[in-house]
Write a protein that binds this ligand. Sequence first.
Ligand SMILES: Cc1cc2nc3c(=O)[nH]c(=O)nc-3n(C[C@H](O)[C@H](O)[C@H](O)COP(=O)(O)OP(=O)(O)OC[C@H]3O[C@@H](n4cnc5c(N)ncnc54)[C@H](O)[C@@H]3O)c2cc1C
Length: 290
Amino acid sequence: MYPAAFEYHAPTTVAEALDLLGRLEDAKLLAGGHSLVPMMRLRLARPGHLIDLRKVPGLAGIREEGSTLVIGAMTTQWEMESSPLLQARCPILAETASLVGDPQVRNKGTIGGSLAHADPAADQPAPVLAVEAELVCEGPRGRRTVKAEDWFQGLMATALRDDEILVEVRVPAFAAGTGGCYMKFPHPASRYAVVGVAAVVTLDRGGVCAKAVVAVTGPGTRAVRARGVEAGLLGKPLDAGSVEAAAEHAAEGVDVQADLQGSVEYKAHLCRVFARRAITEAARRAQAAR
Ligand SMILES: Cc1cc2nc3c(=O)[nH]c(=O)nc-3n(C[C@H](O)[C@H](O)[C@H](O)COP(=O)(O)OP(=O)(O)OC[C@H]3O[C@@H](n4cnc5c(N)ncnc54)[C@H](O)[C@@H]3O)c2cc1C
């Protein structure tokens, strides 16, 4: 099926893109097109204008600013997956990128597109929450920063305003003694997360959990932090017993939805199983990083 007719615009600066976004009625930004174009073909979206960000220089790439990694919104999943900088300094984001869809999707799909689209089954929202990233939006009044925790507001709803572009994602590099892991139960056709859990844990010198951030994507209408799990891990040595007990809280605070992939009970069970697995692996990696 073909999309409805639209006007195509290819700005070459962020300012030009913002001007078009402010001026044109019914305009949508286009990044990798791997969520927007299928929606247009299904007539679930019918923008009158597409503003293509691909010719705007400076929106892609990963750089280091002190202990912060700055990921341009137009950076593709493939660029994240294969970035030596990300692999070394914030490996959970590279790991997650490697699990998105298939090579075609990863070569086109962008981190900014994924976070702006906020599909409830998307992968990157979970690790972005778990690393406590900050999302930088640019609009007519300049730039503002939104904490990942405040970004995902509901089903495909984010803190991004209509007249703004998500320009970069800022991520703290892993500290010593930190390990992270993202694991998912993938949909067999699309590879989207039926349930995905990201865990980032920091161990102190004695091997006790000094910090834990755990987030769940897939089963609910938006990705959320699993606060009960985090509280269950803090101050404990991360052995099988403590991890299993904490992981029992993984579905708390998630508005688990029943659908063709499974019942509420089944998906809540997957939350607990994948939380246990992701935390166990994150703890193993944290141990190795001490
Ligand atoms: C077959 C298939 C399998 C997939 N499997 C997975 C999977 O396993 N896991 C997963 O997480 N995803 C999966 N995806 C989704 C894929 O990762 C998408 O590409 C991604 O979610 C959207 O990124 P994009 O760059 O393609 O954005 P686009 O489709 O171009 O845009 C999506 C939305 O975000 C907006 N937008 C884009 N960039 C910006 C920006 N910088 N600022 C503000 N708004 C912006 C657009 O206006 C649009 O509304 C799959 C997609 C396909 C087609």
